[in-house]
Design a protein around this ligand. Structure first.
Ligand code: SAM
Length: 444
């Protein structure tokens, strides 16, 4: 598939990008994943590690992720290698002990799962997506990643004005014209136009301006896109600087390329083993941080009857909350801030909703099944790959077990719940998450 004519002309005449880029964009894209160190120690086979991310690996071949139950268990996340540089950048920052990070344009969750691993259950990640259907996918990916200290919101960037000076880090991985995806996703070539670049650039400025107040004075903003043009990249970094921030030189090693006029950094296919990616780091000017009173949503109350959770084993340092019949676990350290976000935003996930109170006790949720630090369920059934795929497809099949609730696992990683009735079981895997493909079509 060819390139849009105006794109080809622009790249050909742009010394910064060079014609080499056009050749590279027609070559094969490298395949990479980032592992979840709480669920996996290393991929079974890989080509080499990625220099700029502690948990990133290039693979030799593109496997069928759908056919791998460990992918559904949240043991790893397929992610373009350049985007993983957020890990290196976060490690450069001087942050408070319990940092609060907002990932503003977060679906499907590549950067958010990376940030959750970086935080390692300290601090708090608020992961936001404005488009509802995409926010549900974001929730699914974060539930599967299993971290306790994450909230998923479904808000417009403008709503974050209600959380003034709340965040230590703001990550804006902006919707963009996607020139850097021309290789991985050739369809994106059809959607490209000069006019769209202009619209994207305006939208990005609006997003940045809307969320600006949510960042604390002295806090950090990581701005990124997967495109190569100046209007969506360097121009927007200048725009952020005008809002009141200083660019911080990332000094990323060659072959990562400094942006035009030294603004930001680029991953350019052909030079780096990655898709096209632009990233810049800025620090908001110091100033007086207006401390907001932390509100609480009235409907969320500390769990009164803790005997209800006595059969579940939990680590120290957590608080139980209740909203109607739902029981939540929040890390004690950031509990007040979680309750504040809940009081202001449209929430799809907060901490871990461990289950619902019913007459006979608590019915555990899929969030509990997949949480890395909480689930400690005795009744487990290890499935073969074939059984696991059937389970993830929503099927039932012959499986011997005592009647009751069981956690089903693959290579010891929890996938979800079944309720065994003695002669058959009910598959409790969430309907929205099920593999929709015909299993006969999957090769594994
Ligand atoms: N950070 C994500 C990741 O690593 O998986 C990818 C984010 S993608 C580049 C940009 C996201 O911005 C999309 O999910 C898109 O739905 C969202 N978006 C689109 N319009 C938006 C707007 N006006 N304000 C905020 N986000 C928007």
């Amino acid at each position: 598939m060819g390139f849009p004519k105006q794109f080809e002309d622009r790249v050909t005449n742009d010394d910064f990008l060079g014609q080499q880029l056009l050749i590279a964009l027609d070559e094969q894209a490298p395949v990479s994943i980032r592992i979840n160190p709480k669920k996996m120690s290393e991929p079974t086979s890989f080509k080499r590690k990625i220099d700029w991310c502690a948990n990133g690996y290039y693979l030799n071949v593109r496997p069928s992720f759908i056919a791998d139950p460990l992918f559904h268990a949240g043991s790893y996340y397929p992610q373009e290698a350049g985007s993983m540089v957020i890990d290196k950048i976060l490690r450069l920052l001087e942050l408070p002990e319990e940092p609060v990070i907002l990932d503003l344009c977060a679906a499907p969750g590549g950067k958010s799962t990376l940030i959750a691993t970086f935080l390692n259950n300290s601090g708090l990640l608020v992961s936001n997506e404005v488009i509802n259907s995409r926010a549900k996918i974001l929730r699914e990916n974060l539930v599967k990643w299993g971290a306790l200290n994450t909230i998923v919101t479904n808000n417009d960037p403008d709503d974050f004005g209600k959380l003034k000076h709340f965040f230590d880090v703001l990550v804006v991985d902006a919707p963009c014209s996607g020139e850097g995806m021309f290789r991985k996703d050739p369809k994106s070539r059809d959607e490209w136009s000069e006019e769209n670049i202009h619209l994207c650039s305006l939208r990005q400025k609006r997003i940045l301006g809307d969320a600006w107040d949510a960042l604390k004075p002295g806090g950090f903003l990581i701005y990124s896109t997967c495109t190569f043009n100046e209007n969506e990249n360097e121009e927007n970094v200048r725009f952020i600087a005008e809002l009141g921030a200083e660019q911080i030189d990332l000094n990323l090693p060659e072959p990562i390329t400094k942006g035009r006029e030294g603004i930001g950094s680029y991953f350019i296919p052909g030079r780096t083993d990655a898709e096209g990616f632009f990233v810049a780091l800025l620090q908001k000017h110091e100033g007086s941080s207006s401390k907001q009173k932390l509100d609480q949503k009235k409907e969320f109350k500390p769990l009164k009857d803790t005997s209800i959770v006595k059969d579940l084993v939990f680590p120290d340092g957590i608080n139980f909350y209740q909203w109607n019949e739902k029981v939540f676990v929040f890390p004690a350290q950031t509990c007040d801030r979680i309750l504040h976000v809940i009081s202001k935003m449209h929430i799809l996930k907060a901490g871990v909703m461990i289950g619902e109170i019913q007459r006979k006790g608590i019915t555990p949720s899929e969030e509990l099944a997949l949480s890395t630090d909480l689930v400690n369920w005795q009744n487990r059934i290890e499935l073969t790959q074939e059984q696991a795929l059937k389970y993830l497809h929503g099927d039932t099949f012959a499986l011997e077990a005592k009647p009751g609730l069981h956690l089903v696992t693959f290579e010891k990683q929890p996938l979800g719940w079944i309720k065994h009735l003695g002669n058959r079981f009910n598959n409790l895997y969430p309907k929205d998450w099920r593999i929709r493909m015909n299993l006969d079509k999957l090769s594994y």
